[in-house]
Design a protein around this ligand. Sequence first.
Ligand code: AP5
Ligand code: MG
Length: 213
Amino acid sequence: MKIIMLGAPGAGKGTRAAMIADYFNIPHISTGDIFRANIKNGTQLGMEAKGFMDQGLLVPDELTVKILLDRVAADDCREGYILDGFPRTIPQAEVLDQELVKMGDKVDYAIDVDVPDDVIIDRMSGRRACLKCGATFHIAHVPPKQEGICDKCGAELIQRADDAPETVKNRLTVYHEQTQPLIDFYQGKGILKQVSGTGAVKDALQDMLAVLI
Ligand code: AP5
Ligand code: MG
């Protein structure tokens, strides 16, 4: 099963991708998490990506496509994976398709999580993220059991640098210009599934399974 999560920044792609990954026992691959891990570890890739991310801009396709294709070539991806935050541009989607075709393969579903922009601004201000395992919380909607500590791995939770309100506005603009066209792209391929992202987190897995199965 190969699934893509589409949706604006803060729509709940990461929260939902983690549920699908657990359910189908496939890896959850977030390009944003890969970049943040590289920034934390001070790698060359991290240094290059940081400048774009801090402004709310997309990291150039040349950098992003390579890390994604390397990741999906790993052994644990043989039975499938869920991509969270990739593709984000039409050229990224086209490269992914071409690479899969070479392997006689294809994307099975693209799930679009729909959330109005005003709800997103509120969600970002309360988000807390774990840089170690990628888990996501919200101080009001999805609180960790112990404040500031990740339930899953015990690491310290942080507020992401790109969650500052001005940066969130830039990310939304970039989303509408460069990423939203992917909805029509996957609709045209007949694999688009749409879910509302404003329901309760506890119902999110069932909502997605209802459109997939
Ligand atoms: P990335 O890390 O992918 O960020 P994003 O797409 O902006 O999305 P977020 O991670 O902010 O939100 P999300 O949809 O995962 O929502 P979440 O589940 O956390 O990318 C960051 C940057 O990296 C980009 O800006 C770009 O620079 C670069 N990048 C990454 N991939 C790239 C690519 N392919 N090409 C180029 N550049 C790339 O939920 C948000 C909050 O809401 C959380 O607090 C959560 O607990 C809460 N929440 C979730 N669902 C609900 C609900 N139903 N009700 C209430 N609260 C909820
Ligand atoms: Mg995310």
